[in-house]
Design a protein around this ligand. Structure first.
Ligand code: F6R
Length: 610
């Protein structure tokens, strides 16, 4: 969630750091700062608020340096203000550092350091690291060893980069629980929490693993474990291009990402669908496919939108694979002493692949012998690397904080997994072909729905001042109701709830009056008649109804104020279509309210703390 960028080389690092921070701003953005070494002195500039404000401040200073660090902060300890922003330094300013993660034992460490005479100026957990390194330097260790020894004292998580003015040709970088990469250039090197920050300069990166520490010079690097064993690292080439992480002419990343779903879905399917054989090919599952046919249970854990994708998968897996499936929030799963054994296959769905709770649930599963399968978007992310096997969703970089294209790609990949396993079990060739064909048509059908953008914008205009929204759906579309409500509340700050439509009578119906917009997800499927009854119940109480319905459904028109039609597909794939209008509705409402849809308040793209 916080962003890290660092540079060492011959160029002026200041504009490079600011540019890198702008690329990282989507991860967390309550404050930002840079620190450089110039003429043997540290210079730190920090600011509450946006990177652009930091940039204005830096530009007034006319600063130039060849080594420096930059950070965007998403507060965990201490309010978002200038003092708590990173970099943090020791008392004489010779050491400064930037940190992502949480130092769990910072209070006892702070107490010990205070007793030794160290003075703290911020409320952060991070500041203890600067003083702790200082205390080891004072014992006579060199910079690298002092940092390594300090980190051995630390409990918690960190992605960390440290500078020391007396050894100004080195950046020390370490990782435990928070992602960090080294960007390897030509006579210049970078450190970043995310490849997007360095992509403009190099495509060659080294992923640090937990427990590793690196010494980075402008023309050299060295990686060891925190316990001082040698590590040989492979330099990997990134295939993502800068164009892919730009807005591509759209006013917001979120709209761009909604609009590119036909393409992202095509990418998710590409090379994986066998139409004739009526099945799917997923190389990432080859090593465990036989085990998957014979497991007792599927468990799916995830957070937020990815959890909603998991709920849809529960319907898919149980309908077609006929293996009992449980879906659980990763945060609950990891802490409740879950029963997991060798005959359980546990899926970890995560766009970022870095969500702290999902990653912890994965580690717990592996410890207990379950089969761990990652469904991730970010290639090389922690969940992807630590899973026994897995499938990338290939949605491309998702920058808008509200997840859109990753959700639909997660759903299509889960459909491919369902098809693959179901065909290996007892799904007929005919049914397999039907599903495969339906999957292949989804990208074009999504493109059709996106043509309704103007109409959805008009609906948004009518409802933008509502204070509450209710989203109702049944079966496969119940999770879509949850997702529609989540999209609206996170970017428009309108209170919204998703419910299984039949549950409405058990409570939420009391909320319905002429001020309550109710979005019904009501495509033609097995529960259609029932949902029409639910619509009648809302109409009888004066509720204002928007329906997402199947094209050709004339009956529903007379019952509701607005209807948005989606093309026909099989039930398991309907959520991929029904969610699209809900993404657009949330987007337009938020824009009309003048809100920052790409960076909604209090939220971060990648939640790497618990
Ligand atoms: C909502 C949203 C979040 C994420 C959640 C999990 O739009 O983006 O709810 O889905 O934080 O993130 P990942 O999928 O990266 O594990």
């Amino acid at each position: 969630m916080c962003g890290i960028i660092g540079y060492i080389g011959n160029k002026n690092c200041v504009p490079l750091l600011i540019e890198g921070l702008k690329r990282l701003e989507y991860r967390g953005y309550d404050s930002a700062g840079i620190g450089v070494i110039k003429d043997g002195q540290s210079i730190i500039v920090k600011n509450k608020g946006k990177v652009s404000e930091l940039q204005a401040k830096v530009e007034q200073l006319d600063l130039e340096a060849n080594i420096g660090l930059g950070h965007t902060r998403w507060a965990t300890h201490g309010i978002p203000n200038e003092i708590n922003a990173h970099p943090h330094q020791n008392s004489d300013g010779t050491i400064f550092l930037i940190h992502n993660g949480i130092i769990e034992n910072y209070k006892p460490l702070k107490k010990i350091l205070s007793q030794e005479g160290y003075k703290f100026s911020s409320e952060t957990d991070t500041e203890v690291i600067a003083h702790l390194i200082d205390s080891f330097l004072k014992k006579g260790f060199d910079f690298f060893k002092a940092t390594r020894l300090a980190l051995l004292e630390i409990e918690g998580t960190y992605g960390l980069a440290v500078l020391y003015t007396r050894e100004p040709d080195k950046i020390i970088v370490a990782r435990k629980g928070s992602p960090i990469i080294l960007g390897i250039g030509n006579n210049e090197n970078f450190v970043a929490s995310d490849v997007s920050a360095v992509l403009a300069h190099t495509k060659n990166v080294i992923y640090l693993e937990d427990g590793e520490i690196a010494l980075l010079k402008k023309d050299d690097y060295l990686v060891r474990t925190i316990t001082d064993d040698e590590v040989i690292k492979e330099v990997q080439e990134i295939s993502m291009t800068l164009d892919e992480i730009d807005k591509g002419g759209y006013p917001h990343f979120m709209l761009k990402e909604i609009m590119e779903q036909p393409e992202s879905l095509r990418n998710s399917i590409r090379g994986r669908l066998l139409l004739e054989e009526g099945t799917a090919k997923l190389g990432g599952l080859d090593n465990i496919i036989d085990d998957l046919l014979d497991v007792d249970r599927f468990i799916i854990t995830a957070c937020g939108t990815s959890w909603h994708a998991g709920l849809v998968a529960e319907y898919m897996f149980e309908q077609f694979i006929r293996i009992p499936t449980e879906v659980e929030y990763a945060s609950e799963f990891r802490y409740r002493n879950p029963v997991i054994n060798k005959r359980d296959a546990v899926f970890f769905i995560s766009q970022s692949g870095e969500t702290a709770d999902t990653l912890a649930a994965l580690r717990e599963t592996k410890l207990r012998g379950g089969i761990a399968i990652g469904i991730c978007n970010v290639v090389g992310s922690s969940i992807a690397r630590e899973s026994d096997s897995g499938v990338y969703i290939h949605a491309g970089p998702e920058i808008g904080v509200a997840s859109t294209k990753a959700f639909t790609s997660q759903l299509i990949v889960l459909a491919l997994i369902t098809l693959l396993i179901a065909r290996r079990k007892n799904l007929s060739l005919e049914n397999g072909r039907e599903i495969a064909k339906a999957i292949s048509r989804i990208p074009d059908q999504v493109a059709e729905i996106l043509k309704l953008n103007d109409k959805i914008e008009e609906i948004a205009e009518k409802f933008k001042d509502a204070k509450n929204f209710l989203y109702l759906g049944r079966g496969y579309n119940f999770p879509v109701a949850l997702e529609g409500a989540l999209k609206l509340k996170e970017i428009s700050y309108i209170h919204a709830e998703g419910y299984p439509a039949a549950e409405m009578k058990h409570g939420p119906i009391a909320l319905i009056d002429e001020n309550m917009p109710v979005v019904f997800i009501a495509p033609k499927d097995a529960t259609y008649d029932k949902i029409i009854s639910n619509i009648q119940e809302v109409k009888a109480r004066g509720g204002r109804i928007i329906a997402i319905a199947s094209e050709g459904d004339e009956e529903i028109k007379d019952l509701v104020e607005y209807v948005i039609y989606i093309p026909h597909t099989i039930a398991m794939l309907k959520p991929i279509l029904t969610v699209i209008p809900l993404q657009l509705l949330a987007y337009h409402i938020a824009v009309k309210k003048g809100l920052n849809v790409d960076q909604p308040r209090n939220l971060a793209k990648s939640v790497t703390v618990e």
